[in-house]
Design a protein. Sequence first.
Length: 212
Amino acid sequence: MPRLLLLLLFPLCLFAQEHAFESEIRAFEQADKTTPPPRNPIVFTGSSSIRLWENLGNYFPNKPVLQRGFGGSQLSDVIYYADRVIVPYKPKQVVLYAGENDVAAGKTGQEVYERLVTLFEHVRRELPNTTFTFISIKPSPSRRKYFSEMDNANRLIQAYLAKQRNTQFVDIRPVMLLKNGQPVPELFRSDSLHMLPAGYERWQKVLKPYLK
């Protein structure tokens, strides 16, 4: 589906959002010119939890990972830029973390799910053989009031992907929670939102078996 048609699915305010990330996307494109990306990579994309994953390749040695997350993005932004941060690389696998910012911006779990479906259908249409992997929305301490909507989004997305071929729903919540169901504080930075290396180490252990 042409990118212009994708935009028709969302409010015109997306045009304003586009400018917030255009410089990051152009930086990716410039980097591709100076350092060509691997062929058929595993593209990690989504919001700041991907962008801030320092030394991502070191966590998954011998895997052709390509980091294409852009901070603060919502699923609507990933949809807008899919034809620049996902499709051109012809990845064998897409690993996506997104949706948390959508809920924090006021979207319901249902709306997050619908955005995910739009993105998935576009990627599947353009890249029919690519494995689509969704990392569950994490339980950030600073966003406790949104946990119910995030859980709803995770539930809907998991059920949807279970019915699609060549998809994976990776639930990272269990390794980030204490026995009482509260987030492990030591996994997060002082903002109680973004993760420390300890958090990424737990993600690595859960994600590793899913990577192609």
